[in-house]
Design a protein around this ligand. Structure first.
Ligand code: ATP
Length: 246
């Protein structure tokens, strides 16, 4: 379970996350949906413990910055960050050693096969196409079988087969009782995947939409998204005008 409690993050004067609160129970998929600059990546980086912030974040009751929490967290960043001099296989081995994994080889093979990387095991990080890098990044994030998985815009750059595979994997993670948080601004890419969607705008959670709400109100997520977000430009200057982070 992921608990985000009163989290506020400022980059100097830019209020990127403004008192964010939500809980993703085990076996549920939460979506962060929002326009560019809404604060989706920032809250994901706060959850991963990469940024300083105010507030509290707990993973299965553990402080998110503790080693115990990090062992059960998986992260697929918006931009894959691979080692140019490690091969596909070596990336997976590196993750296995870093997490001190045992009995991971079958799962490693399964992931590489599912994401069409099996015949590219000997290729180096900088020899992979953008989409292949994204696929390897997903495989690395999932190899430790995390109980909480954070995906930042995971569909970007993936081919249709990989998107289909990722959607199946997300459902499998949910069925295994993992908590999943996925950010996107591509509403179509997530149609049938989510339990709760958090619509973010200007650093805040502007609306929380439960899946059953959609059926009851006979509205599409897209309709709700535009109801919430239209009428104000996300590029508008905030009261505290943005300054460059040094
Ligand atoms: P996108 O959909 O474009 O990826 P996002 O919803 O993930 O956007 P964030 O990247 O979290 O948005 O950015 C939220 C706000 O914080 C934006 O105003 C952005 O300009 C600002 N911001 C993000 N990173 C930094 C940084 N390192 N320094 C200063 N401001 C930043």
């Amino acid at each position: 379970m992921l608990e985000v409690i009163h989290v506020t993050k400022k980059y100097h004067k830019v209020l990127a996350n403004d008192d964010i609160n939500f809980v993703i129970p085990n076996g549920q998929i939460g979506i962060l949906l929002g326009p560019n600059g809404a604060g989706k990546s920032t809250i994901i980086k706060c959850i991963m413990g990469f940024l300083k912030y105010q507030g509290q974040i707990r993973v299965n009751g553990l402080d998110n910055k503790s080693v115990e929490a990090k062992k059960i967290m998986g992260y697929v960043p918006e931009i894959p960050s691979l080692y140019p001099n490690l091969t596909v296989d070596e990336h997976m081995e590196f993750i296995a050693r870093a997490y001190k994994l045992k009995d991971y080889k079958a799962y490693k093979d399964e992931l590489l096969t599912r994401f069409d990387l099996d015949d590219r095991r000997k290729k180096f990080g900088d020899e992979l196409s953008k989409g292949m890098q994204q696929k390897l990044s997903i495989c690395c994030g999932l190899l430790p079988r995390p109980q909480l998985v954070l995906f930042d815009e995971p569909m970007i750059g993936l081919d249709p087969h990989a998107i289909k595979e990722l959607k199946i994997l997300l459902q499998e993670l949910r069925d295994k009782g993992c908590s999943v948080l996925l950010s996107t601004h591509m509403i179509d890419s997530i149609e049938e995947l989510w339990d709760t969607t958090y619509i973010m705008q200007r650093g805040r959670v502007a609306a929380v939409v439960q899946r059953d709400q959609i059926g009851e109100e006979d509205k599409k997520l897209e309709d709700i998204f535009f109801e919430i977000t239209e009428g104000g430009s996300d590029n508008e200057q905030r009261d505290d005008a943005p300054e460059r982070e040094e």
